[in-house]
Design a protein around this ligand. Structure first.
Ligand code: TMP
Length: 226
């Protein structure tokens, strides 16, 4: 068993010394695969790691996931969509993310705040100001230490999803290609306007191992493991 790493308190979140790392991006960028790779490397390095996905990650949030993503719910109002993603987020932060950060763990998330900023804020048109206010409520003002955007051309991403996970067609996957193109641009804009200095953009059109190496380099640098 690896020894548990001592994590030193950070000025930005003195009462919650753990690290919050989020992977973001459109469809088919390999976020889920890379979360597993990172978890294994961080565990080997001696950290206590919690991996989560949004929407989901708790019993209540997984129930909300079903409602918000079900292909049957095509009639869902955009406002309902905004609030359901936030409801799922409020629950996972209250139940798991915040206690884990307080306990000094590394929390690795497959999507979080920035999915709402990109999809609902910029693409659906609710605006970043409103989404930021809602994110602040649901996360209790907790922001990631590091956010990695897995960026790739929309056609490549959608092709990968169709080939590797043909069963995965949720309500948002059903949107037209133009929607996914806007999502890609929204993420690139968020990364380009990085006020908190937390974004890194990685070319996700490459092979899994190459991407995993890049991600580990970025995480190791952030956690000062080099
Ligand atoms: P995924 O977990 O398979 O990527 O599916 C989640 C979908 O939900 C994806 O299309 C992105 C979308 N989403 C939002 O639109 N807003 C959010 O806040 C979150 C967390 C996800």
């Amino acid at each position: 068993m690896p020894k548990t790493k001592t994590i030193h308190k950070k000025d930005s979140r003195p009462n919650a010394p753990g690290w919050l790392i989020t992977l973001e991006g459109g469809e088919g960028g390999g976020k889920t695969t890379q979360v597993v790779r990172l978890r294994d490397k961080l565990t080997q390095a001696g950290f206590q790691v919690v991996t989560l996905r949004e929407p989901g990650g708790t019993v209540i949030s997984e129930q909300i996931r079903k409602v918000v993503l079900s292909a049957k719910n095509v009639g869902m109002a955009f406002t309902t969509e905004v609030l359901l993603f936030q409801a799922a987020r409020a629950q996972i932060y209250r139940e798991i993310v915040l206690p884990s950060l307080k306990a000094g763990k590394v929390v690795l998330m497959d999507r979080s705040h920035d999915s709402s900023s990109a999809y609902q804020g910029l693409v659906r048109g609710f605006g970043l100001k409103l989404i930021e206010q809602l994110n602040n409520i649901s996360t209790q003002n907790t922001y990631p230490d590091l956010t990695i955007l897995l960026d790739l051309p929309v056609e490549v991403g959608l092709d990968r999803v169709a080939k590797n996970r043909p069963e995965k067609v949720d309500r948002l996957d059903m949107e037209a290609k133009d929607f996914h193109q806007k999502v890609r641009q929204a993420y690139l804009d968020l990364a380009a306007n990085d006020k908190q200095g937390r974004w890194q953009v990685v070319d996700a059109s490459r092979g899994i191992d190459e991407i995993a190496d890049d991600l580990w380099r970025l995480v190791a640098k952030k956690l000062k493991l080099e």
